[in-house]
Design a protein around this ligand. Structure first.
Ligand SMILES: Cc1cc2nc3c(=O)[nH]c(=O)nc-3n(C[C@H](O)[C@H](O)[C@H](O)COP(=O)(O)OP(=O)(O)OC[C@H]3O[C@@H](n4cnc5c(N)ncnc54)[C@H](O)[C@@H]3O)c2cc1C
Length: 518
């Protein structure tokens, strides 16, 4: 069933406020950094609920340790990004890390500290120093979101609109003029000339993911339909060690467990990554591919920390201990069964350093945005950092951009009432997983295209799936998290496009359909 936006659609005035879409770290931070200037914050669930932010375990990377420096953190970020980071974005975001930690602490986040009050720091894969600031042991996201939600609710300049899902951006005269959202009482139109998309990741597009099931890239679909450029969409990061169990999302066994010395073994007890450079602490894509290949060869894979001297697992990892207990696993007595799962999207809405997209009046931050910080592969714990830092950058930019008067003539837009990615998940998992190749990507594009065009419940998810698949088809090389079995190496001799619009994607799909028929 679709709903038509017409003159009868209920309108809700938010005055001159910008509308921030998303109640995770990026949206909360943007709203708080705007204060005391008025903003409206729209979230489809209650604030902080159904966010990847609240699920984060390891913590936030920031160069705050005595043996660390922003230069070292920058070098590690650039190395993980496999030649595709934007060095200017990396420099600015990483150097803002320590100030972001201070800001979060001012907002009430209780980070873990030693007896002298110094921040305790963890180590994660591909970081050359201990620099992961954490809270509640491995419950960092929960504590950050708790404190920020409390602060947002107590900030009078922030108008809260909870329980409505944004469906479309209305564009008039080439610029943002409003947002159409759906709630329990039907569609609501919010006239505004300034919109921030902070809707998180795309894990919900796949069968095995660690994001909340509702994170299937709806913000990206909205931006693409409004004409904004997206970038780096093919770079989807698979976390190597999700708890191998049923249900969605899969629970995460944080990299911090490997940071403490846990190793990967198979059912024979063999440490199959021992000879890989970096071993278990190699970059995520390397570890995820090693596990995936081993599983394809018929093995089961486990994470084993039983040998780590002095590790009080339950005290260091209380949340992981609890989620393992839920699956009947006691990590102090047995290894934890693990498998790779979709975890993080490096690509997103293409933005500049102010968080501005290519569409006038549209900003993006957090996982929904592509700033260039992560390049082809995210360094662990740089995403909470990016969400916190870029939320403040977007707020500064919004403050410098006065509201425009919008007429919002009633456009004729058909929008599905329900969004359901379930038809898309098996297609994406088959074709756009840890390892890709032309034939299955083409088959996926052919299956997704009609789902996009029929404007049903799967259409927004299918649209982002199709854009990811199109970007993966175009990139005929392997780089970072994008691995093609038919093009297994970097190809620095060819320039593959990094930006993509919806119009380009649909044109490519039509051409592909013609080729396949011919
Ligand atoms: C299990 C797990 C562990 C992680 N651990 C770490 C870690 O230790 N360190 C680290 O740096 N990163 C970690 N990450 C990644 C990090 O948590 C995310 O990248 C980051 O929290 C994203 O924040 P965000 O605000 O952009 O999105 P989210 O926190 O996902 O918030 C998105 C918000 O948008 C709302 N929304 C979505 N669509 C709509 C719509 N159409 N209309 C209205 N609202 C909408 C959602 O309801 C939600 O409120 C982890 C991720 C997962 C899943």
């Amino acid at each position: 069933m679709t709903t038509k936006l017409a003159t009868m659609t209920k309108r809700q005035s938010i005055g001159d406020r910008p509308l921030i879409i998303g109640g995770g770290l990026a949206g909360l931070m943007t709203a708080l950094s705007m204060a005391p200037e008025p903003v409206a914050l729209l979230s489809k669930a209650a604030l902080g609920v159904e966010t990847s932010s609240a699920l984060a375990q390891g913590g936030i990377a920031a160069a705050v340790g005595p043996d660390d420096s922003p230069d070292l953190h920058i070098a590690d970020t650039l190395a993980a990004g496999d030649g595709f980071c934007d060095p200017i974005a990396v420099d600015r975001i990483i150097r803002s890390g320590p100030a972001a930690i201070e800001a979060l602490a001012r907002y009430g986040v209780n980070f873990d500290r030693d007896a002298q009050g110094r921040l305790k720091l963890g180590l994660e894969a591909a970081h050359s120093r201990k620099r992961i600031v954490h809270a509640g042991g491995d419950a960092s996201g929960r504590e950050i979101v708790r404190a920020l939600v409390e602060k947002v609710r107590a900030t009078p300049s922030i108008m809260l609109i909870e329980g409505l899902a944004a469906k479309r951006i209305i564009v008039e005269d080439g610029a943002v003029a409003g947002v159409l959202a759906n709630g329990p009482d039907g569609p609501v139109l919010f006239p505004t000339s300034r919109v921030v998309i902070a809707t998180g990741g795309v894990g919900g597009l796949y069968q095995h993911g660690t994001n909340p099931a509702g994170s299937f890239g709806q913000g990206l679909a909205i931006a693409a339909r409004a004409g904004a450029k997206l970038a780096d969409l093919e770079f989807v990061q698979f976390h190597p060690t999700a708890l191998d169990s049923t249900g969605f999302p899969l629970k995460l066994i944080s990299e911090a467990v490997r940071g403490e010395g846990a190793v990967l073994i198979d059912e024979t007890g063999r440490r199959f990554m021992a000879n890989v450079p970096g071993a278990e602490l190699a970059p995520r894509d390397v570890v995820a591919r090693a596990i995936w290949h081993h599983q394809q060869d018929g093995h089961h894979v486990y994470l084993d920390s039983r040998h780590v001297e002095g590790l009080d697992f339950a005290a260091r990892f209380p949340a992981i201990t609890a989620l393992c207990a839920g699956a009947g696993v006691d990590p102090t007595r047995e290894p934890i069964p693990v498998r790779p799962a979709v975890h993080y999207h490096m690509g997103g809405i293409k933005v500049d350093l102010d968080g501005k997209s290519s569409l006038e009046g549209l900003w993006a931050c957090g996982e929904a945005a592509c700033t260039g910080l992560h390049g082809a592969n995210r360094l662990a714990s740089n995403s909470l950092l990016e969400a916190a830092v870029c939320g403040t950058f977007v707020a500064e930019s919004l403050k410098r951009t006065p509201a425009r008067r919008v007429d919002l003539r009633a456009a004729d837009v058909a929008v599905p009432v329900r969004s359901d990615p379930s038809l898309v998940r098996p297609i994406m998992s088959r074709a756009a997983g840890v390892l890709r190749e032309r034939a299955s990507l083409e088959a996926a594009a052919a299956a997704l295209y009609p789902l996009v065009m029929d404007n049903g419940a799967a259409s927004d998810a299918a649209l982002i799936g199709l854009m990811i698949v199109t970007a993966a088809l175009r990139r005929e090389e392997s780089r970072g998290a994008h691995a093609r079995s038919d093009f297994p190496r970097h190809d620095d001799t060819r320039l593959f496009a990094r930006d993509i619009t919806l119009a380009e994607c649909l044109a490519a799909s039509r051409a592909l359909a013609r080729d396949l028929v011919a």
